[in-house]
Design a protein around this ligand. Sequence first.
Ligand code: AQP
Length: 349
Amino acid sequence: MSDAVQTQSNSKFKKRVFSGIQPSGGLTLGNYLGAVKRFVQLQNEEIETIYCMVDLHAITVWQDPEQLKNNTRQLAAFYIASGLNPEKSILFNQSAVSEHAELGWIFNCVARMGWMKRMTQFKDKAGKNAENASLGLFGYPALMAADILAYHATHVPVGDDQKQHLELTRDIAAKFNHDFGVDFFPMIDPVIGGPAARVMSLRDGSKKMSKSDPSDQSRINMSDDADSIAQKFRKAKTDPDALPSEELGLENRPEAKNLVAIYAALGDQSVEQVLSDVGGKQFSEFKPMLVERAVETLSPITGEMNRLMQDVSEIDRVLKDGADKARAIAAPILQRTYDIVGLLRPERS
Ligand code: AQP
């Protein structure tokens, strides 16, 4: 088991991993390296792993209904094609397990307005139009806390951009435990790190690679074919210098740092290992190496996703099975939460 998943703070809680991705379309290399690749590693460490398609989060901004259904299945296909095994990990969509929304409401009543107002992702996503943003977008982090804590999960693998939301999850758990005088919800441990905790835009090394960037050239999509991947990396912004042989040499070179980090993460290497091999090379030599490694990793995943999408009834079966397993864990936790809060709720059969 890796050091990243050792915890002292939650000795009374069983180790359990939870994470999710929004089925809002346009999966990127950032989602793969920052999230799903870690999901697979944790699954293969024989820890209990629960991975969700967070469709209730997706509708905090407008989604076309038919497209949303398709994106949810596509995300399930991405999970499976990337190496998540429905026999080992619980895979399901959030709306199929109503405990998420129910616990989310309770956490809306625990979280404070002031905490939510500090969330930078809301500010980024709502932009200048905050008055027009949905209430759901503002309350997003309370639902995210419910996603995690409905399973008493202890470890949450995410990209670096989710750090603030995970801190808020800890605050919500601590306030709940304190207000009701219980030790009921665990203090989660974020699992963030590695060279690809924050994959940056190919056009601007100071911006996160994101599906909502207006420029398609800024990102590698999981649906891109080998030619598009090659073309995007060839055109990726760089600087005129050769690659350094040590990490320190990447300071103040955000684009170079990003490409080296992507190369390292794709090959399960550290940045240091990569630089000891490629230090001194020009980008004209390094970029083709990067393309080769990216195509070698991503093409089989894209091919498998396409194959899985040929049989949506099988994907729906996996999701239903996953939802049944997820509910079996979340229902007793929610029942106990209602009891702690003082809500009368007959036990469900
Ligand atoms: N660029 C990234 N680098 C590392 N990790 C990333 N993640 C997303 N982009 C990067 C991680 O993927 C998981 C799913 O995130 P999400 O469903 O919340 O999607 P997102 O973060 O909203 O994805 P985008 O592309 O950034 O969407 P927009 O453009 O709508 O903001 C998380 O673990 C996230 O950290």
